[in-house]
Write a protein that binds this ligand. Structure first.
Ligand SMILES: O=C(O)C[C@H]1C=CC(=O)O1
Ligand SMILES: [Mn+2]
Length: 384
């Protein structure tokens, strides 16, 4: 049988508005920008992948533009002509040629797994040993910037049975204001929901000591990345010092970071993100390190569209225990769906898409409409 080669790798940026302003400590999102990767193979098969970050360069070291340019300039020439079935060889080759740029690598790797799964007629979960879940619990992020709006949103989500886990984005206001905001929301939802917060690295150790004490007294169950990613010793101090669970997010850029965080006991929980880990395989390694070191796990998102979300679901469907559930709600934050068949959310869970590859098919009209080079301006996309 002839080898199935990588013929072409195409990239484009999609700008899709969010349903409301998403207020994070480092940026307010009004649109999400996703890099879509399409790999065409010599047998006519196609694989798709997504590389997405949050708030331009305000979340991490990669931007939509840098993701696209890293792929076009360095990854594509190195992989053109490569055996498309040799996903491991392709990943290792790129790792030797390109340092960092984990989100760019993840986008290409997802498209490679998708192509392989489609050619074999199996879901990507099968390539990782098989799914052990059909659905996973899914959180929603309350980040309108206003307590009353957040409360109304939370109550509506509980009523619809769509979410009963809420992650509140804090760190923009003073610690005292944030704690009061969290307490108001927890009081409003009561025992019907789990309330957690994400500080996105905004606090100093001093802020965090007051913050964690106040949050746990308010009934908040978990605090995500209160301190900058490099502050492992201070994160370890917080982890040991309070009952509230501490979760590492920005600190986890791949398996090497996972090992360091584990060694330092610099969290209780790993938020595992496919993009930040550098792909599905690397995310599986982060998960393995977390499990081996006795950490709890959580499926994290970069607020990907349905495409990146479907890819993540393929991996997390294979994980035995996700004690803190997942936050794979990205498509629900966007005004429009780019998949021909949307990912299903019901009974407080997200369902693992079925079908070969990552289980996602694009709606070509939506891609045409939202592509950045389609002639529309970012401001028009955001409805300004
Ligand atoms: O975890 C983050 O920092 C990013 C993200 C995940 C959910 C959300 O609302 O923002
Ligand atoms: Mn986070």
């Amino acid at each position: 049988m002839p080898v199935t080669k990588i013929d072409q790798i195409e990239t484009l940026i999609l700008d899709i508005p969010t349903i409301r302003g998403h207020v994070l400590s480092m940026a307010t999102m009004r649109a999400q920008s996703a890099v879509l990767v399409t790999i065409r193979f010599s047998d006519g098969s196609v694989g798709i992948g997504e590389g997405t970050t949050i708030g331009g360069l305000s979340y991490g070291a990669e931007s939509p533009e840098s993701i696209r340019s890293a792929i076009d300039t360095y990854v594509t020439p190195a992989l053109t002509g490569w055996n498309g079935d040799d996903v491991n060889g392709a990943i290792q080759h790129i790792d030797r040629l390109v340092k960092g740029n984990r989100i760019a690598k993840a986008a290409v790797e997802i498209a490679l797994w998708d192509g392989l799964g489609k050619r074999l007629g199996v879901p990507v979960a099968q390539l990782f040993g098989g799914a052990v879940h059909e659905r996973l619990p899914v959180a929603w992020t309350l980040a309108s910037g206003n307590s009353e709006t957040d409360i109304a949103e939370a109550l509506e989500m509980i009523e619809m049975r769509r979410h009963n886990i809420f992650k509140l984005k804090i760190g923009k206001r003073s610690v005292a204001e944030d704690v009061a905001h969290v307490a108001r929301i927890k009081q409003a939802v009561g025992a019907a929901a789990s309330v957690r917060v994400d500080v996105n690295t905004a606090w100093s150790l001093q802020d965090a000591r007051w913050g964690l004490r106040g949050l746990q007294d308010a009934g908040c169950e978990l605090v995500e990345q209160p301190l900058p990613a490099r502050y492992r010793r201070a994160m370890a101090e917080l982890t040991a010092g309070y009952e509230i669970a501490v979760m590492a997010d920005e600190a986890l850029n791949g398996p090497e970071d996972a090992l360091e965080v584990a060694k330092a006991r610099a969290a209780d929980v790993f938020a595992v993100k496919v993009a930040q880990s550098g792909g599905l395989k690397k995310a599986a390694e982060v998960i393995a390190i977390g499990q081996a070191a006795g950490f709890s796990l959580y499926g994290g998102t970069m607020l990907e569209t349905g495409l990146g979300t479907a890819a993540a679901l393929q991996l997390f469907a294979t994980v035995e225990r996700l004690d803190w559930g997942t936050e794979f709600f990205g498509p629900l934050l966007l005004t429009d769906e780019i998949l021909a068949e949307p990912i299903a959310y019901r009974d407080f869970c997200v369902e693992i898409p079925k079908g070969p590859g990552i289980g996602a098919t694009l709606d070509p009209d939506k891609i045409r409409f939202f592509r950045r080079d389609g002639g529309r301006t970012l401001k028009a996309v955001a409805g300004e």
